[in-house]
Design a protein around this ligand. Structure first.
Ligand SMILES: [Zn+2]
Length: 71
């Protein structure tokens, strides 16, 4: 039995025992968990910023059409 399964905290890379008593697993602490959640929220915020303009979407449509005409 391997009771001391170690996992790396995704935030600080510290090795911690993956134990069901650890409410923050796979993080080492609440702090690291919150940091990770914050990072996700930040990424989502960036994605939600519209970088697809209507023009760009039309361009993609035209490209798809051109490809179809070739066949
Ligand atoms: Zn950590």
């Amino acid at each position: 039995m391997n009771k001391n399964l170690l996992v790396k905290c995704p935030t600080c890379q510290k090795e911690i025992p993956y134990h069901h008593d650890n409410p923050f697993r796979p993080f080492c602490s609440e702090r690291c968990k919150l940091i990770d959640l914050g990072a996700w929220a930040a990424e989502e915020h960036v994605i939600s910023e519209p970088c697809y303009t209507e023009e760009l979407l039309e361009e993609l449509d035209l490209t798809a059409e051109e490809t179809t005409h070739l066949h």
